[in-house]
Design a protein around this ligand. Sequence first.
Ligand SMILES: [Mg+2]
Length: 235
Amino acid sequence: MSDIPATVASSEPVHRLAILFDIDGTLIISGGAGAASWRMAFDELYGIPADIGQFTDTGMTDPDVGRQTFVAVLHRQPSRAEFAKLLERRLHYLYQTVADSKDYRVLDGVEELLPRLLDEGYLLGIVTGNLEAAAHIKLHRAKLNRFFSFGGYGSDSTDRGELTRIALQRAALVYGEALGPEQCIVVGDTPHDVEGAHGAGIACVGVASHNFNAEQLRAGGADYVIGSLREGLPL
Ligand SMILES: [Mg+2]
C-alpha cells in the first residue's frame, strides 16, 4: 500500500455506504411533544411547569436539556437519584404527548426516501441528542423505527461528535464490516448536527425544512444544503 502515491488514493471517488439521520426537524416534528413531556415531569416532581425552551437550545442532547433546566429552575444540581427519576417521568409522559400531539408530522419526502435508500443498498442509522428510548418513542408513531438498524443517541454521550462516532461503531457491529467516516454522511437540520458530524470526520447535509434556513446551515458549515428530503440526498 505504501508505494501508492497518496494523491491517487485521495482522488478516488468516495463511495458512501451509511447515512445517519437526525430525528427532530429532519425526519419528523413532534409538535412540541418533547417540551410538553419535560414540563409535565418537572410539574409532577417539583410543582414547576418548566419550559425547556427558556433554558436550552434546539439540538442539545436530552441529558443536557434535563440538567440545565433543572439547574435553572431549582438553582442546584440534581442528585443522581433525582436525575434518574426526572428522566423516567419525562419518558413516561413522552408516550402520551407524542400520541396526543396534533401537530406531529413526518417531514416532506421522508416516507418515500427511506425505503428507496434501503433499496439502493444504503445502511440507515440514527444520530440524535434524544435518549435512545425517546428517539424510538418519537419515531414509533409514524412507524419509522423499522428503517434504522443502528444509532448514536443522547444517552451515549452529551458530545454530538462522540455519539456520532459511536453510531459508526454500531454500524460496523451490525453489518460486520468496518466503516470509515468518509463512507458515511449525516443528515440534520441544525448547526449542532453539522458540528457533531464534523467532530466525527463525517460530511453533513443540512435540511432547511424546519428550524434553520439554507443560509444559516451554510454559515454553520454544512457541506451540502437541501430544502427538504423530497429533493433526495447528494450522494
Ligand atoms: Mg434536529
